[in-house]
Design a protein around this ligand. Structure first.
Ligand code: PLP
Length: 396
């Protein structure tokens, strides 16, 4: 037996472990410290009432012989596929066929699993910094990886250049960690580039619900030609607080073919072979989140998180700090003051403010010198953290 040696090329994933260790050390020495986390990428509000009620009702159905459901469809139940298609129509303004949607357990799984349908010889293009899953899953597969830098010069929205030709292109918009969202014309440039290079775009729209700028598309399929070069990944995690429930969906247009082969067919074949679908109870909850009432409730939760990002932006403006994101995203990408490195600033924030954020260097080399703050927290705790930050920053 031989192991997959590519796994040995993975760098240890120490970011959140190290954060935990440093906090635990600090807390051991300062047991009374009231530490506020602004680093969390998980949601904190509970499921909206309509989704939670639908889950309870579905669980009751499962406990009754007349309404019990066995294995779900590998691609998603019709009621949820219709709710997702209606979401695209009613809130994003585009037509997405139910047959082009595949319901899954979440976007993390999907961005990883989709790689099954691509040859290992393909070259991938990955932004730096970015959600680490894209990089690690391709290292596991032994693919050749090229990076494209997101930096202050391009406002964290890298555009393709002549050296960026690749077979598989990752785009995450709004971006984790930088919070940057591509505009319509920028995405059109990427779609044209992918088309010219016979590449596929893997478009991660996990944070689409946070977009407020009408010039920033919520779906890659708002762009002409994307149906022939892109796959979209979406999630109920940040949209509807489903991080612990697990539900997402991919859209693979039927028009998307390479060498005459439909990627939708391959993806469905992959899913029906390796998955027995998403639980009925979860799918009922997801469909309820996209009902009229559910949608109003999830929008209100997102508005709650937006208060935190608005509060952070106002504070950082007042302090004269440089930051990116926040407007179309739950994340703020703060430039560490005084040229500090990410981990040095982490220590200052922990020790002097008792506030935790995420060092930008953990998301890629280009993240050095930045710090990710998230809006997924309690409004009052966020305000309290900002009051502490206001006192400490001017003293640095
Ligand atoms: N994509 C991005 C960019 C993310 O930041 C995350 C989670 O933090 C995910 C996907 C994972 O989504 P899910 O919870 O649906 O697996």
């Amino acid at each position: 037996m031989k192991i997959n040696k590519n796994y040995l090329n993975l760098k240890p994933s120490y970011l959140f472990k190290t954060i935990g260790e440093r906090c635990a050390d600090y807390k051991a020495k300062n047991p009374d410290a009231d530490i506020i986390s602004m680093g969390i990428g998980d949601v904190t509000l509970p499921l909206c009432r309509t989704a939670a009620d639908a889950m309870v009702a579905a669980a009751k159905e499962m406990g009754n012989i007349d309404t019990f459901h066995g294995y779900p469809s590998s691609y998603g139940e019709d009621f949820l596929l219709s709710a997702i298609s209606a979401h695209y129509k009613n809130h994003i303004g585009i037509d997405v066929k139910t047959s082009d949607i595949v319901v899954t357990c979440g976007a993390k799984e999907d961005v990883a699993n989709i790689l099954d349908i691509f040859d290992e010889d393909n070259t991938v293009l990955i932004p730096d910094p970015v959600y680490p899953v894209y990089l690690d899953t391709n290292i596991m597969a032994g693919r050749k990886i090229k990076f494209i830098s997101a930096n202050e010069e391009n406002k964290n929205l890298p555009m393709p250049g002549e050296n960026d030709a690749a077979d598989i292109i990752y785009i995450c918009s709004p971006n984790n960690p930088t919070g940057a969202a591509y505009t319509r014309s920028q995405l059109k440039t990427w779609v044209d580039f992918a088309t010219e290079n016979n590449a596929v775009i893997l478009y991660d729209a996990a944070y689409e619900m946070f977009i407020t700028d009408p010039d920033c598309p919520r779906s890659i399929f708002e762009i002409d030609g994307a149906e022939k070069c892109a796959i979209e990944f979406c999630s109920f995690s940040k949209t509807a607080g489903f991080t612990g429930v697990r539900c997402g969906y991919t859209v693979v247009p039927s028009e998307l073919t390479f060498d005459g082969v439909s990627l939708l067919d391959l993806w469905k074949r992959r899913q029906s072979t390796k998955s027995n679908g998403v639980s009925y109870v979860v799918q009922r909850a997801a469909a309820a989140a996209f009902s009229e009432q559910g949608y109003a409730e999830i929008c209100s939760n997102i508005d709650y998180y937006r208060k935190n990002t608005a509060n952070m932006m106002a504070t950082f403006d007042e302090l004269g700090l440089t930051y990116y994101g926040g407007c179309n995203s739950p994340y703020i990408w703060l430039k560490c003051p005084k040229g500090m490195k990410s981990w040095d600033f982490f220590d200052v924030m922990l020790e002097r403010c008792n506030v935790i954020g995420t060092p930008g260097s953990g998301f890629g080399e280009m993240g050095e010198g930045f710090f990710r703050l998230s809006g997924f927290g309690d409004n009052d705790r966020c305000s309290a953290a900002l009051e502490r930050i206001k006192k400490v920053i001017p003293t640095l």
